[in-house]
Structure formats: structure tokens, C-alpha cells
Write a protein that binds this ligand. Sequence first.
Ligand SMILES: Nc1ncnc2c1ncn2[C@@H]1O[C@H](COP(=O)(O)OP(=O)(O)OP(=O)(O)O)[C@@H](O)[C@H]1O
Length: 268
Amino acid sequence: MSAVFELDDVTVIRSGKKLLDSVSWTVRAGEHWVVIGPNGAGKTTLMQILGASLHPTSGRVRILDETLGQVDVFELRTRIGHTSTVVSERIPARESVRNVVLSAAYAVVGRWNEEYDEHDFGRVDQLLAELGIASLADRTFGTLSEGEKKRVLIARALMTDPEAVLLDEPGAGLDLGAREDLLASLDVLSSDPAGAAFVLVTHHVEEIPQGFTHALVLADGKVVGRGPLREVLTSDVLSNAFGQRLELREDRGRFTARRQPAARRAAS
Ligand SMILES: Nc1ncnc2c1ncn2[C@@H]1O[C@H](COP(=O)(O)OP(=O)(O)OP(=O)(O)O)[C@@H](O)[C@H]1O
């Protein structure tokens, strides 16, 4: 495979506004990208393109060696695991956790008359165990906490052994403990060198899992940084993207960012 995702001069225009503006970007097998940028930067729009659920206004998109616009997107989507609030909202509240994960094998939400085999059931059990939620298998999705739902959705995204996994703000709405649990799971999942390529959208540098290798920084629909994580994720690039003077620090593989205090006025 030449690239998992390849975007060439991609622009998305809605109501006269450029949601994405000439974005060129390549994600190769084995790479794990974090996408970061301020509110309205175009991150979710970009994830919809990668998930083959949105076509660009102009530019070329290649996904898993297929060209968007010339491929059966339903077939393509089964090769991409995708978690987002949109996916979460489509899941019936009364569906069991086991079935939420299982039904990903047919890229449907809500189990009906599909046929599943022993391998499918075994895979569900394995994923629920890996994400630390085996005890929730028989609970209904609607009764879960936000953190539990996020983990179920990640298990669902991994069910088909996808070649690419898209995680749109997996840490949003989680308390400190749930976020740390989720990060620990993502650290493990992203450490398999032969595993899927991950693309994770976040608002917070604290939520970048340790195994992530690259960063794409967006602002106002444009790429303001793209490349290996520690080359791109710098105080200067973040300050430029967020329009304020930010200071980025790294401690044992975890990042923090805060606004630099205003310089003191010289004593008069
Ligand atoms: N149909 C539309 N018409 C006009 N503007 C739109 C439309 N859909 C989205 N937008 C705007 O496009 C911009 C990018 O939206 P998008 O959801 O991709 O940003 P985002 O980076 O994910 O933002 P957030 O961090 O707030 O979730 C936003 O300013 C949004 O208001």
C-alpha cells in the first residue's frame, strides 16, 4: 500500500465558507497522527473525508489505495474504524454492548438478522477485555457513562481489524480517571507496529497517547504544521494556530500547554 490516506490540495466549501483550504497530507502505514487545532479549524470535516463520508469540493482524496469518487464507499468504510459523537448518537440506547461491537462486522448499528460466527463472538470478547470493559458486555449502551461509551466505541471501531482507525475527540467529556484509563488503552493499542494507522483529533495536548508519531496542526481550514510529532508540536506552531503565546512542555512522554504570562511592564 502506498499510503493509508493521501489528500492532494483538498478544499471543502459550504455556504461560501472554506471549511478546508488546500489541504495536502499523507498518512502512511504504521504512522499514528494527532490532529489538533482551535474550534472551527476543520478537524471534524477532515475526519469525515478520511471516513469516506464527505467528498471534497475540489482536490483528490486517496483512501487505502482507492480514489474517493471512484469507489464503493460502503465497502471502503468497512476497512476504516471510526469513532465520533455522530456514530455514538446513531446507536440505539437499548442495544447491548456486545451487539454494539459485534454489529460493526456488517458496518450496521443495531443487530438484526445478520449471521455471526464463533470468530466474531471471540473477537468481541477479546476487544472488550483489551479495553477493560468485559464486565459491561450485557449492559445496554444507553445506561453507560460517557467514559464507558467511548471505550465501547473504540472496541467497535477495532472489530473489523481495520487498516485505519479514526478517533474524533475520544477524551471529550471524560473525568480525569476515565481519561487516564482511555489513554492507557490507546498507548497499548497504538504500540503494535503491524497494527492499524491511527488518526486522533483532540483539543488537548495532554490527551496525545505515547505511541503517536506525527501531528497535523490546522487553523481556519489550513495546515499550519505537519510532520513528526516532536518537530511539529512546538510552542511556536501552537501559538500560531491558537493566536496566543503558548508554552508547550513535555514530561515523560506527556505534553502540557499553557498561555505564557504577559511580560511585566518595565517599572516607570
Ligand atoms: N454546512 C456548513 N455551512 C457553513 N459552515 C459550516 C458548515 N459546516 C461546518 N461549518 C463551519 O466550518 C468550520 C469547521 O467545522 P469543523 O466542525 O470541521 O471544525 P472543528 O475543527 O471540528 O471544530 P470543533 O473543534 O469546534 O469541533 C466551523 O467554523 C463550522 O461552523
